[in-house]
Design a protein around this ligand. Structure first.
Ligand SMILES: [Zn+2]
Length: 265
């Protein structure tokens, strides 16, 4: 299903399938300045391609290589649509990676990029800015002239207790505060759409992660095991944490904080 939501100069393409909805997920791509921002997930690629056939764009920009943001890239390239992304994101799309069953069921099988990217230079008004944490290659797209952020997966929610196995919690605080300091008027989140009060919400998320890191560090210092810290600070494991076999879980949040703690000398 592709649902179009108009936001003046920005058009949101809300993509989902019955499988993704069953898992409780959908994801949005956006069109701004004749440019597609992100490319949906593998199972939605035919619908996204049909949309682009009917409503041509100059090219596409990607926030990161996760399959729910880059799943339509092969279909775009097959149509001659150029793709612009960070070198890390291109490397991520070319990497052989077996993603967990829960992600394949939700989004469809990740298609590894083998074709060369047709290089596309987006309007200089759309700037790709590194915001690592959610993934090492994560970027947001900043349109300073219009005070608009296309945030990819930088936000998702204030108190997001689940983390991917390779997610880094501390850099997210830095990235959230930096984007908030630009005072964006609009923030389009790939999963939540247009955020009300973006500066307040970005700061609230940075504060919450920072405070949660502090609580976890205190309990690590007392020698508590990870599972007990998780239960105490984040609550019992989420069903997603269980059915993803820990790949997207609260346990990852705690483990990442413990593994990146400054060593006491
Ligand atoms: Zn992501």
């Amino acid at each position: 299903m592709l649902q179009v939501i108009e936001h003046g100069d920005v058009r949101e393409l809300r993509l989902s399938t019955w499988k993704s909805r069953l898992a409780g997920y959908g994801v949005s791509a956006f069109v701004a300045r004749h440019t597609l921002i992100d490319a949906g997930f593998p199972d939605a690629a035919p619908e996204l391609a049909a949309y682009v056939d009917a409503h041509p764009v100059d090219g596409a920009v990607l926030t990161h290589g996760h399959e729910d943001h880059s799943g339509g890239v092969a279909a775009l390239l097959a149509r001659g649509v150029g793709v612009h992304c960070a070198a890390e994101t291109e490397a991520e799309m070319r990497r052989v990676e077996r993603v967990g069953m829960y992600r394949r069921l939700t989004w469809g099988s990740r298609v590894r990029l083998t074709l060369p990217l047709h290089v596309f230079s987006p309007s200089p008004a759309l700037q790709l800015k590194p915001t690592p944490g959610h993934s090492a290659d994560h970027h947001i797209v900043w349109d300073a002239e219009r005070g608009t952020v296309f945030g990819g997966d930088l936000f998702i929610g204030v108190k997001l207790r689940l983390a991917h196995h390779d997610e880094q919690m501390r850099p997210q605080v830095v990235a959230l505060r930096e984007v908030a300091s630009w005072q964006p008027e609009r923030f389009f989140d790939a999963h939540r759409g247009l955020l009300p009060d973006p500066v307040g919400q970005l700061r609230a998320k940075a504060d919450w992660i920072e405070e949660t890191i502090g609580r976890i560090e205190t309990l690590v210092g007392r020698g508590w095991p990870d599972a007990r810290i998780r239960d105490e600070v984040l609550g019992a494991e989420d069903p997603t944490g269980t059915w993803s076999f820990g790949a997207y879980s609260k346990a990852n949040f705690v483990r990442n904080v413990r593994e990146t703690m400054p060593q006491a000398s």
